[in-house]
Design a protein around this ligand. Structure first.
Ligand code: GDP
Ligand code: MG
Length: 828
């Protein structure tokens, strides 16, 4: 049965049939073609294959399918036609299908294996042991670059093993490297065995990262395992394998240990039965990932290329200015465009990092290795350490790591609020000045009211938080740029695992304290969809800075004694609720086992002020966009809902009362002003109550009454849907606090204390007690984040999760406020 030779499907002529033995090729192509039925053992017939004609038509499993010629080249078959017999064998009539199938089965049980690894990692020793041959063992010297091939049988499978020259990398600097690479890309071995010297993991794994990029099937032979054990070092190779998606088998090639396990594993992987195998992406950091994505788009226009190679791999190689890859793509129709794109991307990268693009990528690869080993590898005590690992040992230390981290967090928030308060005051007075300017220079009327109360009042109330947010983002960017953020994730990883998340989720969550919108966007750095969704779902529970004004107002009014403590309690409750929600969701919605992955430890860098500022600005731009769009629109709508209808029937003639005061000669001017202002506010408040928004507040009052809220709080909550900052400005209007007055906050506080219910069984009783205030803060903390966040969730996942977030947060907020108020009422 060894008489039939393997052909490419494209070699079959019209009318011929063949049995598929193998599908080579890549990614999307491979998936598509196997879905169409091109799997091994299946019969395929050529319907029409004219030379030079594309596509070729085939029949498989009673379906007609056309494939491009380049695609058909990637399917291997054996055929029943006599021309396909090896010459010296006599042809004895037609071959029945049974024989063909049997032969195909045999052929598909031939596994092509290539040994790839650093020089002196033990490839030849392994090869010799498996094949029984006696090749010269030792350092691979000399100029002849050659590969030896041998066969080896184990459990009904035949292995064709190729021993390739040793290389540290598969770039193009030496003939060996190019040889190895060409072998992998042109000969398409079924599986690469990456032989690794266990006593020198870091350097050996570098080559592995390149194989990971290539997205090919790899099994690691963790050779010289005896050396590792002798040194008393410990490697959790099972965990490492799971993280990088490559099975790892410890071997001692010189003693033949682990070799049969290795080949068993090869069979399992070949038959797609291994559960560890999975393609991972090494995260090269935002800037490089963006560049990769841009180039990938252009490469993907060339199907004949992406059928064979991973577009990501090609893009990475191109960014490394690898000329062999560029040659490979020279046939592409858009090669000029690709070249131009690479040039632009490299220019951007090199300007940013002040380093060659290849170096940046290498650094990132070592960051990946450092991260992988930090979690799985314990070297012997007396081993020499590099300086960088000493810093890492300190910053990610079991005991010190956490306090150091807490200190940085504390510093960040402290600076954010103390330093931020100066520009905040400046902007505040600027906004006030602008409002006054317009008020004085324009004629009275709806347009002026829209500008002053709607737009400047609404957007202005939000823009004052911009400095805080920019400072917070500056810190976060700084920590990211130095490489500390990756270490922070590392420290948090254990804790985050307990709630079903990874350390990497921590960064987006942290950003959530600034503004949830960029935080949601930052979840992109998470590879796993489940982690991404889960993180997105709980980010709204991180109390963003927009909620702070609400807390500040209520706390300063009702908890003057323990301000700091109460404020922290709110933030902590947010985090606790997030943890509980994550635990619940993990159980109910994402009840799948999670896959471990590597957390990169990128090299430390001293960032330039300019770069960090640019990164800060990228994040801050989101916030500014939110003000220009959602908040502006919402401010106008809320203003309009409060402004109309105009023809309100007031319960008293306020204008007349004001006129009476103004004409009263017994009063001083300032007293006149004070009294008429008071009446004006009462009038405004009645107008608000009778306006559309007031009607809405009354409408939802029955729902929020059990929480101890009245209709005014209801209105504030509704307006807060647009942005939480608006809650306070709405309260300002509803509780008739005169913000043009310097004592505005004191004024507002008194007003809040004096509020009574206007109707219902509690009529006449005080609305606000410390308990209601606390319940309200919890409600504001948890309910509907804001429109911009919901939009961001929709953009990053889909509408389903956006709707889910709206419902679950609001429901949960109600429940928690309800419990707080009702249970609290029993005691107070
Ligand atoms: P190659 O360059 O990758 O082909 O490596 P070789 O197969 O030539 O091996 C280099 C040296 O390592 C030889 O002296 C081998 O005897 C030795 N060697 C190979 N495998 C092992 C192993 O598992 N343990 C130990 N201690 N030595 C090994
Ligand atoms: Mg060798």
């Amino acid at each position: 049965m060894e008489k039939l030779k393997v052909l490419n499907l494209s070699d079959l002529k019209t009318g011929e049939t063949g049995i598929i033995t193998k599908v080579v090729g890549h990614g999307a192509f491979r998936k598509r073609i196997t879905e169409m039925g091109f799997v091994k053992g299946k019969k395929v017939k050529v319907i029409k294959n004219a030379p030079l004609q594309d596509p070729v038509e085939y029949e498989i499993m009673d379906y007609k399918v056309s494939l491009r010629r380049t695609e058909a080249q990637l399917v291997e078959v054996i055929a029943a036609d006599k021309t396909n017999f090896i010459e010296d064998v006599k042809f004895e009539g037609t071959i029945d299908e049974e024989t063909l199938k049997l032969t195909a089965g045999e052929k598909s049980r031939t596994i092509n294996v290539a040994l790839v690894g650093n020089p002196n990692s033990g490839k030849t020793t392994l090869y010799n042991f498996a094949s029984g041959s006696h090749e010269r063992v030792g350092n691979y010297g000399g100029v002849t670059v050659d590969a030896r091939e041998a066969t080896f049988k184990q459990s009904s499978y035949t292995f064709k093993i190729v021993d390739l020259p040793g290389t540290y990398s598969i770039t193009e600097y030496t003939p060996e490297e190019l040889f190895v690479r060409t072998h992998i890309t042109e000969k398409n071995p079924d599986i690469i065995v990456n032989v690794i010297d266990a006593s020198n993991l870091e350097r050996n794994l570098y080559l592995t990262t390149q194989l990971i990029d290539m997205n090919i099937k790899v099994v690691i032979a963790l050779n010289m395992y005896d050396e590792l054990e002798k040194k008393n070092a410990k490697l959790d190779y099972k965990a490492l394998g799971k993280m990088i998606g490559i099975p790892i088998i410890p071997t001692v090639a010189s003693k033949g240990k682990g070799i049969s396990e290795l080949f068993d594993k090869l069979i399992e992987v070949y038959e797609d039965k291994d559960t560890i195998v999975r393609h991972i992406h090494i995260n090269y950091g935002n800037n490089i990932e963006t560049a990769i994505a841009h180039i990938q788009i252009l490469i993907k226009e060339n199907k004949e290329i992406t059928d064979k190679f991973s577009s990501r791999y090609l893009a990475i190689k191109l960014l490394e200015t690898d000329s062999a890859t560029l040659n490979q793509l020279s046939q592409c129709s858009n090669i000029e465009k690709i070249k131009k794109q690479i040039e632009t991307e490299i220019k951007i990268l090199e300007k940013e990092y002040k380093e060659k693009s290849g170096t940046i990528i290498t650094d990132a690869k070592y960051g990946f290795i450092a991260g992988a080993l930090n979690e799985t590898f314990k070297p012997c005590i007396e081993g020499k350490r590099k300086k960088i690992t000493q810093i890492d040992d300190f910053l990610t230390h079991r005991f010190f790591g956490f306090p150091i981290f807490i200190f940085f967090m504390w510093l960040m928030f402290q600076v954010t609020f103390t330093v931020g308060s100066y520009p905040m005051d400046l902007i505040d007075s600027g906004v006030g000045w602008l409002g006054e300017l317009i008020e004085n220079s324009m004629a009275e009327g709806p347009l002026r009211d829209l500008l002053v109360d709607g737009i400047i009042g609404g957007v202005g109330g939000v823009i004052i938080f911009l400095p805080n947010i920019l400072i917070l983002f500056f810190f976060i960017s700084f920590m990211e740029d130095t490489g500390y953020m990756a270490r922070a994730s590392f420290i948090m990883d254990k804790l985050m695992h307990k709630i079903g998340l990874h350390g990497k989720s921590f960064i987006p969550m942290l950003m959530g304290f600034g503004c949830n919108v960029p935080a949601i966007m930052a979840t992109r750095t998470l590879e796993n969809k489940k982690d991404r969704l889960l993180t997105m779902m709980i980010i709204p529970l991180m109390s963003c800075s927009a909620r702070l004004p609400v807390y500040v107002l209520l706390i300063s009014t009702f908890f003057p004694e323990n301000q700091g403590l109460v404020l922290i309690s709110i933030y902590i409750i947010g985090v606790i609720v997030a943890v509980l929600v994550a635990l619940a969701m993990k159980k109910i919605l994402f009840a799948k086992q999670d896959v471990p992955f590597v957390m990169e430890l990128p090299p430390y860098r001293i960032p330039t002020l300019k770069n960090t500022s640019i990164h800060m600005w990228h994040k801050g731009a989101q916030y500014i966009k939110k003000m220009g769009s959602v908040i502006l629109l919402a401010s106008i709508i809320i203003w309009a809902l409060g402004y109309f209808p105009r023809n309100v029937k007031y319960s008293a003639n306020y204008d007349e009362q004001i006129a009476v005061i103004k004409s009263d000669n017994n009063l001083t001017d300032s007293l006149k002003k004070e009294q008429s202002n008071k009446i004006e506010l009462i009038k405004q408040s009645e107008k608000q109550e009778k306006s559309y928004i007031g009607q809405m507040g009354h409408f939802i009052e029955p729902v929020i009454r059990p929480l101890g809220f009245d209709w005014k709080i209801g209105v504030s909550i509704i307006t807060g849907l647009a942005a939480k900052e608006i809650v306070v400005s709405t309260m300002g209007v509803l509780y008739q606090a005169d913000f043009s007055n310097n004592e505005s906050s004191a004024n507002m506080q008194n007003r809040l204390k004096e509020q009574t219910f206007s109707q219902g069984e509690l009529k006449g009783q005080k609305v606000f007690t410390p308990l209601t205030a606390y319940a309200m803060m919890l409600f504001v903390l948890i309910y509907f984040p804001c429109i911009a966040v919901i939009a961001a969730i929709k953009k990053e996942s889909d509408i389903k999760w956006a709707v889910f977030t709206m419902i679950y947060t609001t429901g949960l907020a109600w429940l928690i406020a309800f419990l707080t108020y009702q249970i609290g009422s029993l005691f107070i």
